[in-house]
Design a protein around this ligand. Sequence first.
Ligand SMILES: Nc1ncnc2c1ncn2[C@@H]1O[C@H](COP(=O)(O)OP(=O)(O)OP(=O)(O)O)[C@@H](O)[C@H]1O
Ligand SMILES: [Mg+2]
Length: 459
Amino acid sequence: MMKRKLLVIDDDPQMRFFLEQALKTENYDITLAESAEEGLEHLRQENFGLIMTDVRLPGMSGLDALREIKSINPQAVVIVMTAFSSRDTALEAVKRGAYDFFPKPFKVSEMRIVIRRALERVELTEEIDKLKRELHNREKFTALVGQGEPFLDMLSRLEKVAPIPSTVLIVGESGTGKELVAEAIHDNSTRAGKPLVKINCAAIPATLLESELFGYKKGAFTHATSDREGKFQAAHTGTLVLDEMGDLSLDLQAKLLRALEQQEVQRVGSAVPEQVDVRVVASTNRPLEKLLEEKKFREDLYYRLAVFQVRVPPLRDRLGDIAVLARHFVKMYADLFDKPLVGLTDDAVAVLNAYNWPGNVRELKNCIEAASVMTDRDIIDVGDLPPHVVSGRGSDDLDGQGKFFLDETLSRIEKQMILDALTRTNGVQVKAAQLLGINERSMWHRVKKYDIEVASFQT
Ligand SMILES: Nc1ncnc2c1ncn2[C@@H]1O[C@H](COP(=O)(O)OP(=O)(O)OP(=O)(O)O)[C@@H](O)[C@H]1O
Ligand SMILES: [Mg+2]
């Protein structure tokens, strides 16, 4: 659970102090404001789920503030505090959208109950919001399967990036779904329906790449018996997906930069530039920052490409997605192989969840394909899954995808143990450290290393 943010607006310093003290023990993150104006300033900068405000305030009144608060955040849950004598004002506030009121003076115990109830309401609206967001993005990004938090965050980002004309850089390990993401960007842009052209720079010999990208003139080289257009011309008015452009030579990088900046390309063997209108979406599974350092990638091109970055998380960090993806693929192969497959057993799902998926979604897809072929029942069980997945080892392929990744695996286990210890000790780090048999300092170190939000374990 995250620490809840509360905003308290009251001009009476004693009241502010009292509320702060009373609420501190409840593990809320409290911000105090002396006036409605100051409170609104806070609201414009941060998101508060719950706001408590006095009615009679020096400048703007609590009632007028209510209208402003609602215009900044229509979902905000507001509690009005007012002297008992002005009950009518309180009712007026509720009419204007306050969630509740309580008369002053009040007992701490009563106030706590009111706040807790209000927070339940905040959580409910947030949950509904999340579902709406999910549904909304679902309609747009139907090809992408997933439901976990990291995946939904990525969808939100895609939604922002897709409609604007900028260049996008998609980064992520092999098999995470970068190509699918690139397609989704095109489909949700103003260029949907226009050409979507893809080129894998790593798969084409360096000598041919330039003419593949920009085309050539008749006579440019021995076999150039006629003019030919390149991928840029083919993608005119649409989107060009440049896969693995980390492999481009420095010379081609310069030409690509020019194409991006001036929307202009030159065919091999031609001196005349051609105008093209192309949105470029680039993707890479190699850390470009490293290539930058080694001076194998132009900095100016990097910054041009990376105006927007979309990071596709590896499958092992998307635990919430494994089961849904697996079911999605089972359905797909059931149709494809015309088999009456209905799904996976719980045990099979548990095995899939425990595996670390070095080859990411592609590996999961292949695994389900194999299992769909193997099984002679209508449901996939543990016995149908490839042995290396069941035994929890990476595959023994030597193509670099099936390594064991000792450091990564140890880190994952370490992080999990720390999370478990924090859960068991309600986020008390000293106790968690004792449980783990490490000292406080090294506990603190690891919490930082894994970016763990300790407060979220405190109940
Ligand atoms: N979220 C997803 N929902 C459904 N299918 C997915 C998803 N992510 C990936 N896939 C499938 O997994 C396979 C691998 O995805 P993709 O080719 O997009 O990966 P990639 O990141 O481009 O890999 P590489 O770096 O090796 O080119 C594809 O068959 C794709 O359809
Ligand atoms: Mg790809």
